[in-house]
Design a protein around this ligand. Structure first.
Ligand SMILES: [Fe+2]
Length: 182
């Protein structure tokens, strides 16, 4: 099982290993859990262009996990998002994604396949840190915590998103001079 890795941007320090990652994220009030991504049917494991039927199949594969986290944390709706080089306007989408912002509800993502990175503004002593996510990683960035999401070099991801309010999920730009790209 592979798990998320952390990179602290100010120091380039990396944190790996499930318990270290979990302890670090807990301190930063970021929920981190792990699902068994191996449950995904073989024909969907490396598939990044999905039909509606594929998406329904993914949701039913992880139905137990979804129901459990939804009951525990109050999520009402969920869907599947797939991004890859084949996604129309991928450049435009990524440019839009890569702006630091906040939401009034938490941002939950369960990575089903591929990879992605959340860049999150941590406590003052830590500053911005990257969470590199792989298949099976589940993360929730708390409401009002500045962050953004982007893809890794392979530019392929499938993730389940869960929402408390379908229309409450809006990005509010977060202007921050202390943020540095790279
Ligand atoms: Fe967000």
């Amino acid at each position: 099982m592979t798990v998320a890795e952390i990179r602290i941007r100010n120091t380039n320090e990396r944190i790996s290993g499930e318990s270290n990652v979990q302890a670090f994220l807990e301190k930063q009030e970021v929920l981190y859990e792990h699902w068994n991504a191996g449950k995904l049917p073989a024909d969907l494991q490396e598939k990044f262009t999905l039909t509606d039927e594929n998406k329904a199949q993914i949701l039913s594969t992880f139905d137990e996990e979804i129901q459990e986290i939804a009951a525990r944390r109050g999520y009402k709706t969920w869907d599947v998002i797939a991004l890859s080089e084949a996604t129309p306007n991928i450049e435009e989408l990524l440019t839009k994604f890569e702006q630091v912002h906040t939401h009034t509800e938490d941002e939950v993502r369960a990575i089903v396949s591929g990879k992605g990175i959340f860049i999150i503004k941590g406590t003052e002593d830590v500053g911005y840190f990257d969470v590199e996510l792989e298949a099976g990683d589940v993360i929730s960035v708390p409401e009002h915590k500045a962050h953004f999401f982007t893809l890794m070099d392979n530019r392929q991801i499938v993730a389940i998103r869960l929402f408390i309010e379908t229309d409450g999920w809006i990005a509010h730009p977060y202007a921050d001079e202390s943020f540095q790209k790279a």
